[in-house]
Design a protein around this ligand. Structure first.
Ligand SMILES: NC(=O)CC[C@H](N)C(=O)O
Length: 329
């Protein structure tokens, strides 16, 4: 007697993996909310969401994947992409390097030879990038960023006025960094406006789904796979992913590449974006952070997905080719 066996539904299979990674992540109870920006200490510590968006436009999500939080340092990756597009990589490289610093994200450290910030993924480098965009667009720089970030996410993003004010009132260390950048001839004299742009870009509101979609836009060579909108330039996307790979997780970047092997960027708001080139974007949200400022559950979730789906750039298990090839259709 012949039986009618339904073909396996790969969509369900990926959702099953995501649900399992989420359940395991819930066991992680370590870490603490960022409180040096007072308003960040007011979020719900238990929130946890994960999303995957494929380079073909499908989205999978679990948990609090639609809860909004501030993008914080995840913005640095996308800002860098825009700076390269605007003035070219050679000009950008004159002002900010691409070398992992091994220092904390808010370190007051510069390359001793060139006086440049080490890379655009730490605060000094991101303030330099804000300086580039401010030179280019003046008061319109924030709207320019907001428009591109929104197009990368495929929807108009919001803004957290309270977090912005909170950081603006307390962000003296970033102001100090900006003044040192001015003293070193790296940014122009509009220091306060440049720092203000940086604080504003950090207060853009996203969800894990937004981050997954923004990651998928990078993975899809700058074209948002959901809308077909060419949001970023190809060369800038390549450079951005490269620097995310080497520097995106602050002074955890070496371990991250070693174990997880995905270009990524984290923020003290609790978000992480991961990019698997030509395949998918990952977005996670959980605001409890480890001592390096990375989301504890987010790191665990991306690590588990990397393992389960074979996403490591140097994956040697063949899981990646055998599994992902079926999902990314
Ligand atoms: N690591 C982060 O997310 C830091 C961003 C934060 N706005 C700051 O500059 O301190």
């Amino acid at each position: 007697m012949s039986m009618n066996i339904a073909p396996p539904d790969h969509r369900d299979e990926l959702q099953f993996i995501l649900d399992d990674v989420y359940r395991r992540g819930l066991d992680q109870r370590d870490g603490a909310l960022a409180d040096y920006i007072p308003e960040l200490a007011r979020v719900e510590p238990e929130s946890f969401g994960i999303a995957i968006a494929t380079a073909k436009g499908k989205v999978y999500a679990v948990g609090d994947a639609e809860v909004a939080f501030t993008i914080q340092s995840v913005s640095k990756a996308f800002g860098y992409c825009l700076a390269i597009e605007q003035i070219g990589r050679a000009q950008v490289l004159q002002r900010v390097g691409v070398e992992p610093s091994g220092d904390a994200f808010n370190a007051i450290e510069f390359d001793p030879h060139t006086r440049r910030p080490y890379n655009p993924m730490v605060n000094a480098g991101a303030i330099t990038v804000a300086g580039i965009l401010h030179d280019r667009f003046g008061d319109g720089a924030f709207d320019f960023m907001m428009d591109r970030f929104s197009r990368a996410a495929g929807r108009p993003l919001g803004f957290d006025e309270k977090v912005y004010r909170s950081e603006s009132e307390t962000g003296h260390r970033n102001r100090a960094i900006a003044h040192l950048l001015l003293a070193g001839g790296i940014i122009s004299e509009a220091v306060e406006a440049i720092v203000d742009l940086y604080f504003r870009q950090c207060s853009i509101l996203v969800t894990a789904v937004d981050l997954a979609r923004m990651g998928a836009t990078l993975a899809n060579m700058g074209e948002n796979p959901m809308t077909g909108d060419q949001v970023f330039e190809l060369q800038a996307v390549r450079d951005t992913q490269a620097v995310m790979f080497s520097c995106g997780m602050y002074d955890y970047s070496g371990n991250w590449i070693y174990d997880i092997g995905i270009p990524a960027k984290s923020g003290v708001g609790g978000g992480i974006v991961g990019v698997v080139n030509r395949q998918l974007g990952i977005g996670t949200y959980s605001p409890r952070l480890d001592r390096k400022g990375n989301s504890v559950r987010g790191v665990a979730a991306v690590a588990a997905l990397s393992d389960e789906l074979g996403l490591h750039a140097f994956d040697c298990t063949n899981v990646g080719s055998s599994l992902l090839g079926r999902f990314i259709t």
